[in-house]
Design a protein around this ligand. Structure first.
Ligand SMILES: NC(=O)c1ccc[n+]([C@@H]2O[C@H](COP(=O)([O-])OP(=O)(O)OC[C@H]3O[C@@H](n4cnc5c(N)ncnc54)[C@H](OP(=O)(O)O)[C@@H]3O)[C@@H](O)[C@H]2O)c1
Length: 227
């Protein structure tokens, strides 16, 4: 039975990923900031263990990696992320907040990947998935604005492309993913799809991931997105 570790798995897309992998019979290492409040996650059926992980806490990443040092992780799913709901127009950019976005959406996922790369390398499937966003595509930017969120996901893409090249010699493949515009707390009620549909598609993309298509940017529907 393969093992998946998911960040930000207490709600939204992370919770749905945990649900669908558990339903498929995977062993799920679900991480979230406050396990005590993760009521819905704790109710999932299947082989599931929950660990505290704030991805912006380097010490916590290191100590979780150490406590799981005997574990082989087939799929490391970097899902946790933050969104800037303000329009982030040129006149009102919050430069201080921007630093936090780069920290949580870019540096922290890389830290998680780097720290857990040995666990992934020790597994059979050797896969890493990154929850990015089409808003990080420069090619797709036709509406401007959203400086903070767009730049954080564009930087995440650049970082994960490098990671895919650097980890290939160890047999690890990396998928950079757009989940669609999804009705979660982040996506809001006007999203175009719900979390089960998004995650169902993402799981298919991850199933097809291999060293040949590693380091590419895919939508949940399997189509490739231009950088
Ligand atoms: N929904 C969409 O339409 C959409 C579109 C494109 C990309 N995405 C991406 O998909 C991912 C999940 O989005 P979502 O819609 O499920 O968002 P969500 O409902 O807002 O959930 C975000 C998750 O990330 C966690 N998180 C935030 N900061 C964290 C930190 N420092 N350490 C650990 N966990 C942290 C949250 O935990 P807490 O509960 O503790 O806050 C929560 O579990 C994000 O990376 C997002 O950018 C979403």
């Amino acid at each position: 039975m393969p093992t998946v570790m998911i960040t930000g798995s207490n709600r939204g897309l992370g919770l749905e990923c945990a649900r669908q992998y558990a339903d498929e019979g995977w062993r799920v290492i679900a991480t979230c900031r406050n396990p005590g409040n993760a009521i819905e996650l704790a109710r999932l059926k299947g082989e599931l263990e929950i660990h505290a992980l704030d991805i912006s806490d380097h010490g916590q990443i290191l100590s979780l990696a150490d406590s799981l040092r005997e574990e082989a992780i087939d799929l490391l799913f970097n899902n946790a992320g933050i969104f800037d709901p303000s329009p982030s127009q040129l006149v009102d950019i919050d430069y201080k907040a921007w630093e936090n976005f780069i920290s949580v959406n870019v540096m922290s996922p890389l830290m998680v990947c780097a720290t857990f790369s040995d666990h992934v390398a020790a597994s059979d499937l050797k896969k890493i998935a990154i929850m990015s966003s089409k808003m990080g595509s420069i090619d797709d930017n036709n509406s401007g604005g959203s400086y903070i969120y767009r730049s954080s996901k564009a930087a995440l893409n650049a970082v994960m492309k490098s990671l895919s090249i650097d980890l290939a010699p160890r047999g690890i493949s990396v998928a950079i993913l757009h989940p669609g515009w999804v009705r979660t707390d982040m996506g809001g009620p006007n999203g175009l799809i719900d979390a089960p549909e998004s995650v169902n598609g993402l799981l298919k993309v991850i199933k097809d991931l291999n060293l040949k298509n590693s380091g590419r940017f895919y939508s949940y529907d399997g189509s490739e997105i231009a950088w």
